[in-house]
Ligand binder design. Sequence first.
Ligand code: ACM
Length: 563
Amino acid sequence: MDLIPAPSSAVRRPGEDFPLDAATTLTAPPALADAERWLRGALGAATGLPLGPGRAGEGIELVLDGALAAEAYRLTVRPGHALITAGGPAGALWGAQTLRRLLGPDAHRRSALRRDGWVLPGVDVEDAPRFGWRGVLLDVARHFLPKADVLRFVDLIAAHKLNVLHLHLTDDQGWRVEIRRYPRLTGRGAWRERSMVGYRAGQRRDDRPHGGYYTQDDLREIVAYAGERGITVVPEIDLPGHTQAAVAAYPELGNTDVVDTSALGVWTDWGVSPNVLNASEETLRFFEGVLEEVLELFPSEFVHLGGDECPKEQWKDSAAAQARIRELGLANEDELQSHLIRHFDRWLAARGRRLIGWDEILEGGLAIATTPKEGAPEGGASASGTERPEAWGRSRAAVSSWRGFGGGIAAAEAGHDVVMCPEQYVYFDHRQADGPDEPIPVGFVRTLEDVYRFEPVPPQLDAAAARHVIGTQANLWSEFMHSARDIDYRAFPRLAAFAEVAWSDLPREGAERDWAGFERRLGEHLRVLDALGVEYRPVDGPHPWQRWPGVVGRPIDGPPPVR
Ligand code: ACM
């Protein structure tokens, strides 16, 4: 019963256990077919039991109850009957995950070590998530993560009841999504000649080409696989900065009057490239073309368009960018960036989607607008952007608050939805302990306990603004994660602590959090991770083969800033 994330309530009923055997059935209505299929596949493989179809009122049974919230579920186990009552398909999946968890670590293996002795403990569980957005970002741009590893990662986060996979698909160092009408984005943009090993100061490179990309069918498969497990995949096409790979593929996208973009390759450094998009109408059209295909692949309401860390030097030096600023009646380069973001905010809204961006999208003003006021021109490709923002209604764009809480607080107070992912707390590329043993030590020291004590809703928000914090997200940037093994090390077990923060209604103040209780429950959870084949960071420090002596990182000292 050492469940992570902790359920809203769980009451053990001794003497009411349900031993499973070859006759145990599994039944669900068609609306809960995903949960039924997942349970039969995962539990059937791990236990060796057939879990054939049965009748209502017996065996393992899934039912819908419209009175519950979509992600909520109840699980009752009595002799001969385990009943998951779910508000919707997602709630049934989370209930199914809890049911598997009740069978112990070996129920998480892919084949059966034994076929008998599987016992569901008698229990009454009631459960529902605190936040609707419980996210994890995978940066597949800096280091490509092969499709099979992405699918495995989906299984791992589903086991933690996380429900958003934010795929950072494009960056200076690589473009990872096939776009049919622009084949050079992957033909040229999906690989680089070499990579930095560790941080810049180490001056170490591997002299080995790196690359890879997902075909559109790969992405359809990932999206469907995630969806069958309750997870929405949110794609990120980062613009107008972090775009050197796109510019290397299509030099006309860059600031050609400032740099010879035809000589650019995909970036082989870490950091923020100065080579950003130009702001021409042609470039807007190009990315509308990209996004048309992205929308076909990803049904997610939210589409992430980045907007972070766009150096403005090239726009300052570019006669074309300056002419564009004058033509659009904008004040400066920040407003030019806002113009681009506003354009795509409207463009997405006109297609029934919502833009989400990093908190820099607030910088040119929060008046980013999508819904035309009466008499204003329609959003979409025809909107040249010459209108002032005041001509438009309210934007429904949301903000990923990464540079601390400030952007998120400002956005929430202005009525925008916010996903809290401050780098000072939930950037899991950052080191987990001080000292020389951590591989490529970068960023703040953020221990498992620090993550457990993270509170996504800043206390100064009033109730109305706090409701705009729709969730929280842990971000796995991959400059220093070369493979799934490295991701396992940095993600786990911190992601288990994060999952509890995102799912469970914990006491809000960090000091009141029951860290000792979590630590105790973690023991069993680590055995679950072992059974799942996760190479997490042991609590006492890395295994010898998880260290990387001599590779230079970039530690940042000091406590997290006060909110
Ligand atoms: C970011 O870390 N640049 C969003």
